[in-house]
Write a protein that binds this ligand. Structure first.
Ligand SMILES: [Zn+2]
Ligand SMILES: [Zn+2]
Length: 276
């Protein structure tokens, strides 16, 4: 050692500013700004939320899975579903929707490529290490988990009476033409939809094996339609109320309910459910 030091004299660390050479042997401390608030490690594949928080993609994906709201949200029946879906990436890893784990705002998060690149340059060793750790679990947490958006609702129209209205009748029967519909963002995941109507309808159960997943009837009053949504083999619902399919597939069936709406032109709700 003494001999080497004499041949390659180097000033001590304290006498010069830290050089690039030193940083490869002594990795820089990871600044708090570059640390994920969830896992407390160097941000890896950072995603930025609409509320301006940054965390690892895998941390957000895990959080999104546990916090996804199962409440149905009523939306305008004229909402252009096709348009919405074309802007909604199919892969949950690309855009995640959840409550922000930092401030609880309902938000979306997308990968911040620029930040990712900066962190990789700033902490080459730590980033490579995170890459090595992160890769094996990624397919489980993000790639095989999909978000399926279900639009459920009914259209409604009062029909013209085919016979002259009896004006002496104080309560002339209204005839309501309605269509119950279920519109999944990815119909290819669905095997069948079983639609259950009131027992007075014959048949009271309708099975649809391909889109449109709809039932149209004429009726006099509203009631609650139940639809059981069966996924194709190999997929299961990530939902507390998921049941096994009649053929035994674990978590392959999800029941949803819709109260028919005969006010105006009907209405529609949106439900986001995860599928793996
Ligand atoms: Zn993290
Ligand atoms: Zn936030």
């Amino acid at each position: 050692m003494a001999k080497r030091r004499r041949l390659n004299p180097r000033p001590s660390r304290s006498s010069i500013p830290e050089s690039n050479h030193d940083s490869t042997t002594t990795p820089p401390e990871i600044s708090e700004d570059d640390t994920c608030p969830v896992c407390q490690l160097l941000l890896y594949r950072p995603v930025k939320t609409g509320c301006n928080h940054t965390l690892c993609q895998s941390c957000m994906a895990t959080w999104a899975e546990v916090s996804l709201s199962h409440e149905m949200q009523i939306v305008d029946i004229d909402t252009d579903i096709e348009d919405q879906q074309s802007h909604q990436p199919f892969d949950a890893a690309e855009e995640l929707e959840a409550r922000c784990p930092m401030c609880r705002t309902q938000t979306t998060a997308s990968l911040d490529q620029v930040r990712s690149q900066e962190l990789q340059t700033k902490y080459p060793e730590a980033y490579t290490q995170r890459l090595a750790e992160g890769t094996p679990s990624d397919p489980d947490t993000t790639q095989t988990l999909q978000t399926l958006t279900l639009h459920i609702g009914n259209t409604h129209q009062l029909t013209t009476p085919t016979q002259p209205v009896d004006v002496s009748d104080p309560t002339p029967p209204n005839r309501h033409a309605w269509t119950f519909f279920l519109r999944p963002s990815n119909p290819h995941l669905l095997e069948e939809v079983h639609i259950h109507l009131q027992p007075t309808f014959r048949p009271a159960r309708v099975i649809r094996t391909r889109p449109p997943f709809e039932v149209s009837r004429l009726g006099w009053g509203t009631f609650t339609v139940t639809a059981q949504i069966l996924l194709k083999a190999g997929y299961s619902w990530v939902h507390a109320e998921a049941q096994d399919s009649p053929d035994g597939a674990e978590g392959g069936m999800l029941g949803v309910e819709w109260r028919l709406d005969f006010a105006g032109r009907g209405s529609m709700g949106r439900l986001r459910v995860r599928v793996r």
